[in-house]
Design a protein around this ligand. Structure first.
Ligand code: NAD
Length: 252
């Protein structure tokens, strides 16, 4: 028995970490519906994970658009009749490699907020009532160590990732009495197949930032935490941000 056996889970955003989330949640027994703005990739991943399409469906999603999120929720409800968990994982980092700091183009700032923060708000707004309707469930949000560390770059991204933690706490507080738990995962540096050649030193430095100094994080480290937070094993955990970063951001 997997820890997500029988649970109907929506995963919003696959990709470098998200592909592993999808595979892991499926392996733990979830009935999974997932989406990504890269719809073809999501569909192919769905076919790879579950060729019969009975327990995994990958499709197009624009996580910043209400109608698209609602379509994904409707798909899960019509296929499986309930919703037990929703993991918001998608992100864009338009200002990722720019050195400008406060001088980033405002279109980049607005795009980041539109997808990374407003999108997570919309997902919550639509998923929480659907879960309450079918008996409650768990929201999981992918935040980042960027939310609580200082950096000379990625202002918009870091602000959004901090805002996600505030959203998570309010969802947990406001809807807890109606059977909703909400938690965030704050990954450290998690290399994956989309990391560009030339990032090896960056990754080596990230290993040295951990407390163990033996390895970097892997997508399955995030997937294991996501599965736990979506499962009944974490039934007494809500309103928390859990760092999965090898201790990089250790704090009391
Ligand atoms: N990899 C890391 O080191 C790291 C560290 C901390 C936090 N994170 C977070 O982990 C999550 C996954 O990141 P990743 O490293 O796998 O990056 P990624 O780019 O591989 O994955 C993000 C996915 O989001 C999708 N996406 C973008 N905009 C979307 C939209 N509007 N609607 C739906 N899907 C959309 C992309 O197509 C992509 O598949 C993100 O929230 C990211 O901020 C990653």
């Amino acid at each position: 028995m997997g820890i997500l056996e029988g649970k109907v889970i929506i995963l919003a955003g696959v990709g470098g970490i998200g592909d592993s989330l999808a595979r892991y949640y499926h392996a733990e027994g979830a009935k999974l519906v997932f989406g990504d703005i890269e719809g073809d990739h999501a569909a192919e991943l769905g076919k790879e994970i579950d060729p019969d399409g009975l327990r995994a469906l990958g499709t197009y999603l624009d996580g910043s658009e209400e109608t698209s999120i609602q379509a994904l929720i409707d798909s899960a409800l019509s296929r499986h009749g309930r919703l037990d968990g929703f993991h918001c994982n998608f992100a864009i980092v338009p200002d990722g490699l720019l050195p400008e700091g406060l001088d980033i183009p405002m279109e980049m700032f607005d795009a980041s907020v539109h997808v990374n923060l407003r999108g997570y708000f919309l997902c919550s707004r639509l998923a929480v009532p659907a879960m309450i309707e079918t008996g409650g469930g768990a929201m999981v949000y992918t935040s980042s160590s960027a939310a609580t560390t200082a950096s000379q770059t990625r202002f918009a991204y870091a602000m959004c990732k901090a805002g996600i933690q505030a959203l998570m706490r309010n969802v947990a507080c406001r809807y807890g009495p109606q059977g909703i738990r909400a938690n965030a995962i704050a990954p450290g540096i998690i290399p994956h197949y989309k990391f560009r050649p030339g990032t090896e030193k960056f990754i080596d430095d990230a290993v040295q930032d951990t407390l163990m100094k033996t390895r970097h994080g892997n997508p399955d480290d995030i997937a294991a935490m996501g599965a736990f937070l979506l499962s009944d094993l974490s039934g007494f955990i809500s309103g928390q941000t859990i760092a999965v970063d090898g201790g990089q951001t250790h704090r009391p």
